[in-house]
Write a protein that binds this ligand. Structure first.
Ligand SMILES: NC(=O)c1ccc[n+]([C@@H]2O[C@H](COP(=O)([O-])OP(=O)(O)OC[C@H]3O[C@@H](n4cnc5c(N)ncnc54)[C@H](O)[C@@H]3O)[C@@H](O)[C@H]2O)c1
Length: 461
């Protein structure tokens, strides 16, 4: 039985950002009593008022339903959190340190130091944030030093694999869960905390595989998965570079190799590369940690993965200069005075997250090259404006492209994929388009009179 005496463990989530809020809401939906805790008072006030502070499909309804059921609450008070919970999930950010490639663990440390002194009965503290290997043992030590001596609090690590844009589905129906534990009690508590997920799977005639590991393996599973995904994206983007030089088509190449079950077709879309709050910082932190462990050579390829990824961003500038017949000098492309519409600011579709967004980085580069840039994004404008206030933001796709001499489609939002090239052609000043995510139909756009350029694809259709 959970230490609180309730039939199911009571769950808390420290950090109610993209990861923590989604989890808190979904676990309440699965029937748990849940408390979300964050230091950001505005975020907590919005969540408590039934407003998800970011865009994630399907989450708003679940939040409101579970607030009114009484199972879900939010607080900024760590002592209330400690009193309430049996299992405390740590979901705070672990960004890249400004001065290097390592992960910044100060948020993890502060969350533990805020919670631990109030843990006056047995509880399980579970790390969910993505961290360098060795962090769980360090957290265990912090908890033991700062929790009351007789509380017997334990630590576990259960990394999270949700994808923004599909986060609700990924939490409720995960591909697998990983439990990094050091005791039978911790293992049993984690099973109890996930029972709702397992019961739903059983009711749907599915199984959710559970991989039980030690701390270090659990931590490494997450960064290894992200390193693999980043490598797969950079692999196909390296192939795009070759296709560009050889006048071949990387989309057909990807399709053909993707039919091989050993390769698989997922994550083989050539484009402007990966971004977001996870992959870029995770592969850098992984390299930094490997270096500290004396095995930096093992991950040297990730440096190349990062470089390939960065090169794709510059490629868009090169294509823009080519299409607009502008010079490229030692200082880069000169796009002064050109009017460019950028479609997309987020790091991928179906989110408002612009952290390390390739689209926004390219927008910044276009602006620096002298272009007058107007950006339209269906959900990301507010965050993009905060990151990059110097460009113009449009409220609609048609507004953004009106009068543009070049249109850059940089995120594969459905709205852009289905845009009508004939109708848009009537609005622009010049029918030139860069398809940064290879998400448009080149034949349709070319036959509507557009000069079409894409990533790793031939120039003539
Ligand atoms: N976003 C994703 O898709 C995703 C997926 C898997 C793993 N992760 C990992 O999860 C972690 C969180 O990512 P995120 O995208 O949710 O970040 P986020 O920035 O959206 O959220 C982090 C939250 O933690 C809060 N916080 C900071 N210090 C705190 C403290 N002391 N106590 C309580 N709350 C505190 C912040 O105010 C913020 O709301 C990271 O390690 C990330 O790598 C994220």
């Amino acid at each position: 039985m959970p230490p609180s005496g309730s039939p199911r463990p009571r769950l808390t989530f420290l950090g109610t950002g993209y990861l923590g809020a989604t989890h808190a809401i979904c676990m309440a939906e699965l029937g748990y009593e849940v408390l979300g805790c964050d230091v950001d008072q505005t975020k907590i006030a919005r969540l408590a008022a039934g407003e998800v502070p970011f865009h994630e499909p399907g989450l708003d309804d679940l939040l409101r339903r579970n607030l009114s059921s009484g199972r879900l609450r939010f607080t900024t008070d760590p002592s209330e959190t400690a009193r309430f919970g049996d299992v405390h999930f740590v979901c705070v950010g672990t960004p890249q340190r400004p001065e290097g490639m390592n992960a910044d663990l100060t948020y993890v440390e502060k969350a533990i130091l805020g919670l631990a002194p109030h843990l006056d009965r047995k509880a399980l503290v579970v790390g969910k944030s993505t961290v360098p290997v060795g962090t769980a043992s360090w957290v265990e030590d912090l908890v033991h030093r700062h929790a009351p001596a007789d509380s017997n609090v334990e630590v576990a690590w259960s990394p999270e694999f949700l994808r923004e844009g599909f986060a609700v589905e990924d939490v409720i129906r995960p591909d697998r869960v990983v439990f990094g534990v050091r005791s039978e009690w911790a293992r049993a508590m984690l099973y109890a905390a996930y029972k709702g997920v397992f019961e739903l799977a059983a009711a749907e005639d599915r199984e959710v595989p559970v991989v039980v590991t030690d701390f270090a393996t659990a931590e490494l599973v997450k960064v290894a998965a992200n390193a693999y995904l980043a490598t797969k994206i950079s692999f196909i983007n390296a192939m795009a570079e070759i296709c560009e030089a050889a006048n071949a088509d990387v989309t057909l190449l990807a399709r053909a190799i993707g039919y091989d079950a050993r390769i698989g077709k997922a994550f083989l879309r050539a484009g402007i590369g990966f971004g977001g709050g996870c992959l870029p910082k995770d592969i850098r932190a992984f390299q930094a940690r490997a270096q500290e462990l004396g095995v930096g050579e093992a991950l040297r390829f990730l440096h190349e993965v990062d470089l390939i990824n960065q090169r794709r961003r510059s490629k868009v500038l090169q294509l823009a200069a080519e299409l607009l017949d502008r010079p490229v000098g030692p200082a880069g492309a000169d796009l002064s005075g050109v009017s460019i519409a950028v479609l997309g600011a987020t790091f991928k579709p179906n989110t408002d997250d612009v952290r390390d967004s390739p689209a926004l980085a390219i927008t910044r580069m276009l602006h620096k090259a002298g272009a007058q840039v107007t950006v339209y994004d269906p959900e990301g404008t507010e965050h993009a404006r905060r990151e990059l206030p110097d460009v113009t933001y449009a409220k609609a796709l048609t507004e953004a492209v009106t009068g543009a001499e070049l249109v850059c489609v940089l995120v594969a939002w459905e709205e852009f994929r289905h845009a009508n090239p004939h109708a848009l052609g009537e609005l622009v000043a010049g029918r030139r388009v860069i398809d940064g995510m290879n998400s448009l139909d080149p034949v349709a756009w070319s036959s509507a009179g557009w000069s079409y350029r894409a990533m790793g694809r031939p120039t003539v259709y």
